[in-house]
Design a protein around this ligand. Structure first.
Ligand code: AMP
Length: 271
């Protein structure tokens, strides 16, 4: 992979990169299209990284279908699929060198999923070193991941352009996610409350309602769904992820994690 990228760069080509865990959907494909727009060649990695899953999380049952993914990548004009094995990514067995961001990663997803961002930062740093991209595309769907990785890129001086692409949604508003396949039909219906409650915030905060009022309305809406249980709803600065109380256009990110049945879904919106 490194040799291929070095040759591409030596030939004057800009290398675009989209890291994924596979089970690809239109959200991933939009990242690939953006990478193609910004670069001459596009590399997609497909790797379900064990070190970013907690011991009780869904690593072993995470959906995997390489043949389907391969066809989707081909249809999106991807030049290279990099699909390493665990032994290739963690040649020494368990990693003893980690990349850890310690500010932006602290709260929200970081608090609910201890070790998650350490696993993400470590594998993404390794993938950057292997794929040698000029530009890497990530999805706003994982807002905190973007904020953490942006910090990592700046702090460690990775020589690449970090691009955040908009969240792609189903026609009814549900953010596309590989984990949506876990939802039963009733849960799939209840899951619409995430986006609907974000729409509340987008309507009511600019209209002058307070964060507390809007938050209470969001909790009521999600709480009215039988299969839904809120992990967190947070009103934060989009870069630091620290809580903010006052709405300022473009400076407030509303993010949430909600269990729908056993499935943990996340969504967010910059207001
Ligand atoms: P994953 O395979 O879930 O690790 O995601 C790989 C990349 O796709 C990450 O940068 C995600 O943020 C991005 N992604 C996942 N879902 C969406 C979506 N619905 N819209 C846009 N990007 C997404």
């Amino acid at each position: 992979m490194q040799a291929w990228s070095r040759a591409a760069r030596a030939a004057g080509k800009r290398v675009g990169f989209v890291p994924t865990m596979g089970c690809l959907h239109d959200g991933h494909l939009s990242l690939m299209r953006e990478a193609k727009r910004r670069a001459d060649v596009c590399v997609v990695s497909i790797y379900v990284n064990p070190t970013q899953f907690g011991p009780k999380e869904d690593f072993s049952k995470y959906p995997r279908d390489f043949e389907r993914d391969r066809k989707l990548c081909e249809s999106a004009g991807v030049d290279v699929i990099f699909a390493p094995t665990d032994a290739e990514i963690y040649p020494a067995g368990a990693a003893t060198t980690w990349v850890e961001e310690t500010a932006v990663a602290e709260r929200w997803e970081g608090a609910s999923r201890p070790g998650h961002f350490r696993g993400v930062c470590t594998v993404v740093a390794k993938l950057f070193n292997i794929v040698l991209p000029d530009v890497a595309c990530f999805g706003q769907k994982d807002a905190q991941q973007c904020a953490v990785l942006k910090r990592m890129v700046r702090d460690l001086s990775f020589p690449l352009e970090f691009v955040v692409c908009p969240t792609v949604r189903e026609p009814d508003g549900l953010a596309m996610s590989s984990r949506n396949v876990y939802l039963s039909p009733a849960e799939r219906q209840d899951a619409l409350a995430l986006k609907q409650s974000l729409d509340f915030a987008a309507r009511d905060l600019p209209a002058g309602r307070t964060v507390d009022e809007v938050s209470a309305a969001m909790v009521r809406l999600i709480g009215s769904k039988p299969s839904a249980r809120i992990d967190y709803i947070a009103f934060v600065d989009p870069e630091t992820l620290l809580p903010v109380k006052r709405y300022e256009p473009g400076r407030m990110l509303v993010m949430m994690a909600v269990f729908v049945g056993k499935t943990r879904l996340i969504d967010n919106m910059v207001l």
